[in-house]
Design a binder for this molecule. Structure first.
Ligand SMILES: NC(=O)C1=CN([C@@H]2O[C@H](COP(=O)(O)OP(=O)(O)OC[C@H]3O[C@@H](n4cnc5c(N)ncnc54)[C@H](O)[C@@H]3O)[C@@H](O)[C@H]2O)C=CC1
Ligand SMILES: O=C1[C@@H](O)[C@H](O)[C@@H](O)[C@H](O)[C@H]1O
Length: 336
């Protein structure tokens, strides 16, 4: 079966996911596009999906009879409305992170999906599909003993002026928040944020870098440095310290050079290149489940837990150094 896909939001990642579905993956075809900037949807139609219909609104796209499943890749603040509409229509929906920009919004999606009674939503936490993280999880579960600490870093070379201090949590750390819950099979109970002096390359609305410390229910302490003007590259680091040993996330494959009296390894500079393979695998997973009218992979509950934790971290930014407690309701059986 070919799953007929509608894409809402055809900017950077929407365009890239449309390309994946039409040119890389099996079992899907982009038949519908929508963007508040119609010219953007028309450009994706011209370049990638010539047979697609361009709709004026995301709601019209979701209602279209020939759309079997939906990709929500618009700005974060608009995700909730489209995911709720897709659930109401009973259509599988892949939603880029964040699932919603508030924990209340994410909870409304959880409640709607639970009321529907079947999984329909996959959240775009692609790191769970990264071969390095999958291998790391295997090592943590089978070799290094019970985890005690995690040391991590999320570094971007630069961010635009519009990127503010809370975005370091909602837009950037959110990947670590999700992937460490999955990696450790654990939940968070506490968050704390500290700021060293800001780096010279940051701007007025951004305190950069920052260090977020999360504590889990099993007592693991996770320290993550978020440094989004690090200048030198896009660098994702993670080391899990266990009872018997230490497991470290592999570096992306790179040719090692012995050149000019130096031993060199190139470092990537763009998140698109770092996680290109995981985006392919996560969307292939979505197409496979959508063909059966359902969804697998990261759940609405995972999106909700990430939103609850993000909110606590943002409070932690406002109350530097203070431990902020994290609490949430019981997990519904749909997400067991
Ligand atoms: N998983 C990952 O690694 C990544 C995820 N993202 C997420 O994907 C989403 C989109 O990010 P980008 O593509 O980088 O942004 P972008 O700004 O390049 O594209 C977003 C598009 O959505 C459109 N849009 C905004 N509001 C809309 C609405 N109400 N209805 C329809 N279209 C609307 C905009 O006109 C724009 O074309 C964000 O939530 C972002 O956090 C982005 C980059 C990487
Ligand atoms: O989701 C992403 C971006 O929105 C975000 O700005 C980057 O920091 C992340 O590494 C990338 O994966």
């Amino acid at each position: 079966m070919t799953v007929r896909i509608g894409v809402i939001g055809t900017g950077a990642i929407g365009r890239d996911h449309a390309r994946r579905i039409n040119q890389v993956l099996a079992g899907g075809k982009v038949v519908a596009l929508s963007d508040v900037n119609r010219a953007s949807a028309e450009a994706v139609k011209a370049d990638i999906a010539p047979d697609a219909t361009v709709y004026a609104t995301g709601e019209e796209l979701i209602a279209a009879a020939d759309v079997d499943a939906v990709l929500v890749t618009s700005w974060g603040a608009t995700h909730e409305q489209y995911v709720l509409t897709a659930i109401a229509a009973g259509k599988p929906c892949f939603c880029e992170k964040p699932l919603a920009t508030t924990a209340e919004g994410a909870k409304r999606i959880v409640d709607a999906e639970v009321a529907h009674g079947k999984r329909l939503v996959q959240v775009g936490f692609m790191r769970r599909y990264d071969a390095g993280y999958v291998a790391l999880k295997e090592a943590v579960q089978t070799q290094t003993g019970a985890p005690i600490m995690v040391h991590a870093a999320h570094r971007n070379p630069t961010v635009p002026e519009a990127y503010t201090t809370p975005m370091a949590i909602h837009d950037t750390l959110i990947h670590e928040i999700d992937v460490f819950r999955w990696l450790l099979d654990d939940d968070y109970v506490e968050a704390r944020v500290t700021f060293p002096r800001s780096c010279a390359r940051t701007h007025a609305k951004l305190r950069d870098p920052q260090i977020v410390t999360l504590k889990t229910a099993k007592g693991v302490v996770i320290n993550t440095e978020i440094f989004v003007n690090c200048h030198y590259g896009y660098d994702i680091q993670c080391e899990v310290v266990g009872e018997d040993g230490i497991a470290r996330l592999p570096e992306p494959m790179a040719i090692q050079l012995r050149l000019g009296a130096k031993l060199q390894n190139a470092i990537l500079t763009d998140w698109k290149d770092r996680f290109v393979a995981s985006y392919d695998v996560e969307l292939q997973d979505f197409l496979k489940a959508a063909a059966n009218g359902t969804a697998t992979g990261p759940t609405s509950w995972d999106g909700y837990m990430a939103a609850v934790t993000s909110d606590a971290c943002v409070v932690g930014q406002e109350r530097e150094g203070e431990a902020i407690a994290i609490s949430y309701p019981a997990r519904p059986a749909l997400y067991a």
